[in-house]
Design a protein around this ligand. Structure first.
Ligand code: ATP
Length: 860
């Protein structure tokens, strides 16, 4: 940005700040009642906000009224801009340059104000670095103070958690040059990591900010501790550099160190059920395939009534666990609330009145002080006696434990009720925060103001009597203060000591010495009252912050109660069961249902767009027994729904939720892998088949005997024989030669593969039934043992509305192909057979859909 040759002192001040802040941030510079932008910032800001671009001494300028800042800022932030705010920090005086200071730089990951945050979502800032030792990360939600770090020699184990965190901003060192960059086995990972960075705002900071030793020091200082042992961390933990970089970045942007960080936790990938990004998308955990919350697992499981409860659900779904004790605690708490529905609904009613304490504390600690937030704390504390009483009615250990975490705060509650007014202003300077009767000095100052105001209204009556002017009025306006207004016709009766101030069309305005004096007293008393109120406000804030740790744990306990009560409600409403979890290798689900499809079907039933409710199905798998379930069946039968339902049930079980089934026994799963559909990948420049193979490679390379794999129509993206051969060998590989392998559900239209049951002892065939009569089919959605014999592709194509001519012709071709016999089938009947070489003429099972039959579903 070019500076004008001769700058005014104010503009010199402006340039000082402009040079200080990052180049990619817009600078909003407070000038009287406006925040102004100058030069290139003005041009860009005016364009983004749709406001007028003006000129000042020949350079561009654009401004927004200071009180409307909250309306404009979200637009700039939504456009991906960082915004630096320079405020006036003293009352302006004529002829003197007002003092200003940089008060905050708003970046996507460091926002705190309520209107800048999504109440139901976590708001993480993530820092990453790498060394020869591996990959190191730290993440922080400044709004709640949640602070974690992680380090792993294998970066593949960390990427799933980064994806699940869905950070608002990533901080990277300027030179990110991992020693392992050349490793061929991490090629996939690099691609995924690049994509992850492309999808999130990234800020680069100097490398030295990631220095490990400095990092440890900064973290220790910020947390206000002597060392990190209390958090189970060594001072040379390799991720402390990233943690320090995060704090430095947050400090630079908040223009003060973050004050709400109390602890740091280590995230260990070994304790978490890992979901790779593809699986997270495929299973529609946080978003449906359409990109909406509706239709996702998150939406189906969310019965929370508080924002903190909703955020906790998101956190838990992002990191399902392997800790049986903790899972048991969660399940038993849900059980206790299921068994006491009356108490659960009373609790829910109270929770509806609870405010977002974690975020309120975050703002108060970081100097953002809105009087209404104190009311939020008070209203929450008001609910605690009832909440504690309700919890006390359930005599179950996990609920008693939760009760122990919900503080009583009797003193603080009484203090807030006594000190705060019922209705609170949004601004400190508006006054009216502290209740009358709380502070004698404030009452005295307020009394002065009121007495003086009464004096003024008495004055009107007295002056009317003295002067004999009946319509004499004492009025007030912002420009002149108090004055006496006399209409033109009464001017001859104006006493001599009246001092003329202003002439109007029909009246004149006067003051008197006495009135001036009173006005001064009023203004003075008001100012003093405000100052006193500010002092008291600070004391109230300090009183709240003195209990911030206990308030924080109470807030967390309330979020858990909200989540558990919601899950209990869900389980009762949809008849979920408590899964039995152990360290074994089984998965045994009776009458399992798909949690999302089941709810959707019910909603449709109410709207009469379908006549069918969800058909439950059993699943039995074990790593060392029935390891692979091969599912065949007609198009539209419900294969995809079935295999997804199994993985969703496993996932739900490992966040501690009850599951949609009559019974469920699950040996803990370390990773869920899925390979289904790939339409969203096309826009990213990869072919459908390439993506399919990438994802399959990832599964085969990383699955362990404790993993759960669902594979849907592997091989469908290429020609029949190539696809069939790949599907065939993938199954053989997953089965392997050893005693056990990952529990796998494999849905396919390649009926030839069902022959593998003869050669692979741990493979079972299943099919999804249909009823067929007079060339019509009805989908039963029931999974039964045994292979299906055909795909009914042509019937489904007819249902989809393909012209009768095409259907008839397809049927003829199919008959011809079937009569010709199938060389391949013959080959496969031989034990240990492999797919035959590609015949000259290609027999397609479902000619209507082209090679693979699966294309038919796309017609719907
Ligand atoms: N158990 C069930 N109960 C009721 N409806 C179901 C059930 N399973 C699936 N459906 C419904 O049937 C439709 C097809 O299901 P799905 O996509 O799982 O079939 P598919 O066998 O995978 O089909 P294709 O082979 O053509 O891909 C879906 O609209 C789903 O709502």
């Amino acid at each position: 940005m070019a500076k004008a040759s001769k700058e005014t002192p104010m503009m010199q001040q402006y340039w000082k700040y402009r040079e200080e802040i990052p180049e990619d941030a817009l600078l909003l510079f407070r000038l009287g009642d406006f925040y102004e932008m100058f030069h290139a910032d003005a041009e860009e800001g005016a364009r983004l906000l749709g406001i007028t671009l003006t000129k000042r001494s020949n350079y561009p300028m654009a401004g927004i009224p200071y009180h409307a800042k909250d309306n404009y800022l979200p637009k700039l932030l939504a456009a991906g801009k960082k915004v630096a705010i320079v405020d006036q920090i003293e009352t302006p005086q004529p002829g003197k340059l007002v003092k200003r200071a940089l008060t905050q730089i708003l970046t996507p990951g460091t926002l705190l104000e309520e209107n800048q945050l999504d109440a139901h979502k976590n708001h993480y800032l993530l820092a990453l670095s790498s060394t020869k030792k591996g990959f190191h990360a730290a993440w922080l939600d400044l709004s709640t103070g949640d602070f974690q770090l992680a380090s792993d020699t294998d970066p593949r184990r960390l990427l799933p958690i980064f994806n699940a965190l869905d950070p608002r901003e990533i901080v990277l060192p300027e030179t990110i040059s991992p020693g392992w960059a050349h490793r061929e086995d991490l090629r996939d990972w690099h691609e995924q990591f690049d994509r992850f960075c492309l999808e999130h705002p990234v800020t680069f900071v100097p490398d030295f900010q990631f220095e490990g030793e400095d990092g440890a020091r900064v973290v220790i200082e910020t947390l206000g501790v002597h060392n990190l042992n209390g958090f189970g961390l060594d001072k040379d933990h390799p991720a402390l550099g990233a943690a320090g970089a995060l704090i430095t970045y947050a400090t630079d942007n908040l223009c003060a160190p973050p004050k709400n960080l109390r602890r740091i936790r280590e995230y260990r990938s070994g304790g978490t059920l890992l979901l790779d990004p593809a699986t997270m998308r495929n299973l529609e955990i946080f978003k449906s395939a359409q990109g909406t919350r509706k239709g996702s697992l998150l939406a189906a499981l969310d019965r929370t009534v508080t924002a903190a409860g909703a955020r906790l659900l998101e956190q838990w779904l992002a990191a399902p666990i392997l800790d049986l004790e903790e899972l048991n605690r969660r399940q038993l708490t849900v059980k206790a609330f299921i068994e006491s529905p009356g108490v659960a609904s009373q609790l829910q009613e109270s929770l509806k009145q609870v405010r977002d304490i974690a975020r309120i504390l975050g703002r108060l600690q970081n100097r953002l002080r809105n009087p209404r937030e104190l009311g939020g704390v008070r209203d929450t504390l008001d609910q605690l006696p009832a909440i504690r009483e309700f919890l006390g009615k359930i005599d179950e250990p996990p609920v008693t434990q939760l009760l122990g975490s919900v503080g009583a705060f009797d003193e603080l509650r009484d203090f807030l009720s006594a000190s705060l007014n019922d209705e609170l202003p949004g601004n400190l300077t508006d006054g009216g925060i502290i209740r009358n009767g709380f502070d004698a000095e404030l009452d005295r100052l307020r009394g002065l103001t009121t007495d003086n105001k009464t004096w003024i209204s008495d004055l009107e009556r007295d002056e009317q009597e003295k002067t004999g002017i009946k319509n004499l009025k004492v009025k007030y306006n912002g420009a002149f203060g108090y004055f006496i207004e006399i209409t033109k016709s009464n001017l001859p009766n104006v006493p001599e000591h009246y001092i003329r101030r202003q002439t109007m069309v029909n009246a004149e305005r006067f003051v008197t010495e006495e009135l001036r004096q009173k006005e001064k007293e009023i203004v003075h008393a008001e100012e003093k009252a405000l100052a006193r109120e500010e002092e008291l406000f600070k004391a109230v804030v300090a009183r709240i912050l003195a209990e911030s740790d206990a308030l924080g744990s109470t807030a967390l306990a309330l979020a858990e109660i909200d989540l558990f009560v919601g899950w209990a409600q869900l389980a009762r409403e949809w008849d979920y069961c408590r899964p039995t979890l152990d360290e074994g290798d089984q998965l045994d689900i009776r009458q399992g249902r798909h949690p999302v499809v089941e709810q959707m079907l019910k909603a449709d039933l109410r709207g009469f767009s379908t006549t069918q409710s969800f058909v439950p199905n059993d699943t039995r798998l074990s790593a060392s027994g029935e390891q692979i379930a091969l599912i065949t069946g007609p198009n539209m039968a419900g294969k995809s729904t079935y295999i997804r339902q199994v993985s969703l049930i496993a996932l739900m079980a490992q966040v501690g939720c009850w599951v949609p089934a009559a019974s469920c026994q699950l040996g803990l799963v370390d990773r869920i892998f899925s390979r289904v559909g790939a339409s969203d990948e096309l826009a990213r420049g990869n072919s459908t088949f390439m993506v399919e193979m990438n994802e399959t490679a990832n599964i085969l390379n990383n699955a362990t005997p404790r993993s759960l794999i669902i594979l849907d129509e592997i091989g469908r993206g290429t020609s029949t024989y190539d696809g069939l051969s790949i599907a065939w060998s993938v199954i053989e590989f997953l089965h392997g030669e050893s005693e056990a392998g990952p529990r796998t559900l494999f849905a396919t239209h390649y009926h030839e593969i069902t022959q593998l049951e003869r050669t692979l002892p741990r493979l079972r065939n299943y099919s999804v039934s249909v009823k067929e009569w007079a060339d019509e089919i009805r989908f039963l959605h029931t999974v039964t043992e045994g292979a299906a014999d055909r795909s009914y592709g042509i019937q489904v194509a007819r249902l989809a509305g393909l012209p009768p001519k095409v259907i008839d012709r397809a049927r003829t071709i199919l008959n011809e192909l079937e009569n010709e016999g199938n060389v391949l089938q013959q080959t496969l009947r031989e034990p240990n057979a492999r797919p035959a070489p590609k015949p000259k003429r290609k027999p397609a099972a479902d000619p209507v859909a082209g090679d693979d039959g699966a294309g038919q579903l796309d017609l719907f």
